[in-house]
Write a protein that binds this ligand. Structure first.
Ligand code: SF4
Length: 355
C-alpha cells in the first residue's frame, strides 16, 4: 500500500477508531488511546504513540496515517501579541489560510471553511478568488491542529471567519465545531467556538435545530438594503428582513445573543446615518455589535479614520446598543481573509508569465 492510499485517521470518529482496532483483534480501549494521541496530545506520527505496543504501531502505520496539511507560509506581525497568519497546502495542492490571534485575555484562531468562496463580496480578497471547493472536516481540523501544535499558549477561542462562507459548507463546519468542543478531545468551551455568516436564512434555521447550537456572527456590512446588495451580491439575494427573522428565531430558540459584525470602510458605512440605520434594523434583536475596521487591500475600499469609527460606535452606544470595538491588529500580515492566498496566486501568476 503506498502513502497515498493510507487512510487518514483524522476522518475517523472515536467510535470508528475503537471499531477499527477491534477489527484487528485489539481492545476498543486502544482506539480511545489513538484518539487521545491525535486530538488531545496533538501527536501525528503513529510511531510516537508510545502507549501502543510496537507491534500495533507497526501494523497501524502500514495502513493509516494522520494527514495534516502542510504549512507553506507563516507571517507574524510586529510587536507583542501580534497575529500570525498561516498559509496551508492541502493534499490536492489547494491553499487555505488561518490566523492565530493572541491577546491578553484569550487566544483566538480564525479558520477557513472553503477553498475560495462563491459569494463574491466586493471588499473581500477571497471573494475575488471564486470557489474552488469545500473543505472537508478533516482538512478544517488539520489546520487547527497544526496551529495548536505551533502555539505556545492555550487556544481558547475559534471563529469560522476565514476563507469561505461557513454555512455554505454546513455539515463539515458543524462536524468541526463538534470536534473542537468535544469534552474528551480538544475540549474548547461551546461558548467560545463561533460560526460567522453573511446571511443564509435557511441554513441559519437548520443550525438552530442542533442539540448544541453554536454562537453565531452575522456580517451585515450595511443596514441599507441597496448598499448591502451591491456589496454582497450573492448573500444580498436574501433580504435584510429575511435575515432578521431567521436571526430572531435563532436567538429565541437557542437563547444565544447574536453578534452582528459591522465592517467599517471609509466613505461607505462610517456615517452617523448608517449607524442609525443599523440601530433601526436591530430593533429587538438580542445582539451585540462587533465593529471591525476595513483592512485596506481590495478594490477601492479603504480603511476608515479612527475618528469616524469612534463616532459611529458612540452613536450606537448612545442609541442603547452594546458595541465591541477592539484594537485593530493584523494590517502588517494581510490578516483579512484571502489576502495571503490571493498574494500567493498573484505571485504564482507572475512567475508563470516570466517562464
Ligand atoms: Fe466569501 Fe466571506 Fe469573503 Fe463574502 S466575505 S466573499 S462570504 S469569504
Amino acid at each position: 500500500m503506498n502513502e497515498n492510499q493510507k487512510q487518514d485517521l483524522l476522518t475517523c470518529s472515536r467510535t470508528e477508531l475503537e471499531e477499527l482496532l477491534q477489527a484487528r483483534g485489539k481492545r476498543a480501549f486502544h482506539g480511545r488511546q489513538l484518539d487521545a494521541w491525535i486530538w488531545r496530545k496533538g501527536v501525528f506520527e503513529i510511531d510516537e504513540m508510545t502507549d501502543l505496543s510496537k507491534e500495533l504501531r507497526a501494523s497501524l502505520r502500514d495502513e493509516f496515517e494522520v494527514k495534516v496539511p502542510k504549512i507553506v507560509e507563516v507571517v507574524t506581525g510586529e510587536g507583542e501579541n501580534s497575529a500570525t497568519k498561516y498559509l496551508f497546502e492541502l493534499s490536492d495542492g489547494a491553499r487555505v489560510e488561518a490566523v492565530y490571534i493572541p491577546s491578553e485575555d484569550r487566544v483566538t484562531v480564525c479558520l477557513s471553511s472553503q477553498v475560495g468562496c462563491a459569494f463574491g463580496c466586493k471588499f473581500c480578497a477571497t471573494g475575488l478568488l471564486g470557489l474552488a471547493r469545500n473543505m472537508t472536516t478533516a482538512e478544517i481540523m488539520g489546520t487547527f491542529l497544526m496551529i495548536r501544535a505551533n502555539s505556545e499558549k492555550r487556544i481558547s477561542n475559534v471563529v469560522f471567519m476565514g476563507m469561505g462562507e461557513p454555512l455554505a459548507n454546513l455539515k463539515p463546519v458543524t462536524e468541526a465545531w463538534d470536534r473542537l468542543t468535544d469534552p474528551d478531545g480538544i475540549g474548547l468551551s461551546r461558548r467560545k467556538v463561533t460560526i460567522s455568516t453573511v446571511g443564509l436564512p435557511p441554513k441559519i434555521r437548520l443550525l438552530a435545530e442542533r442539540e448544541y447550537p453554536p454562537k453565531l456572527v452575522f456580517s451585515i456590512c450595511s443596514a441599507d438594503e441597496e448598499r448591502r446588495r451591491e456589496l454582497l451580491p450573492v448573500a444580498g439575494r436574501f433580504t435584510l428582513d429575511e435575515n432578521y427573522e431567521a436571526l430572531m428565531d435563532y436567538a429565541n430558540r437557542t437563547r444565544n445573543r447574536i453578534t452582528v459584525a459591522y465592517l467599517v470602510a471609509d466613505g461607505l458605512n462610517d456615517t452617523i446615518e448608517e449607524a442609525r440605520k443599523l440601530d433601526r434594523w436591530l430593533r429587538d434583536l438580542p445582539a451585540k455589535i462587533n465593529m471591525l475596521r476595513y483592512n485596506e487591500a481590495v478594490g477601492d475600499f479603504r480603511r476608515p479614520s479612527e475618528e469616524k469609527v469612534e463616532e459611529v460606535a458612540a452613536e450606537l452606544v448612545r442609541l442603547g446598543r452594546t458595541v465591541v470595538l477592539r484594537t485593530s491588529r493584523g494590517r502588517d500580515i494581510a490578516a483579512a481573509c484571502g489576502q495571503l492566498a490571493a498574494r500567493q496566486i498573484t505571485k504564482q501568476k507572475s512567475e508563470d508569465s516570466i517562464e
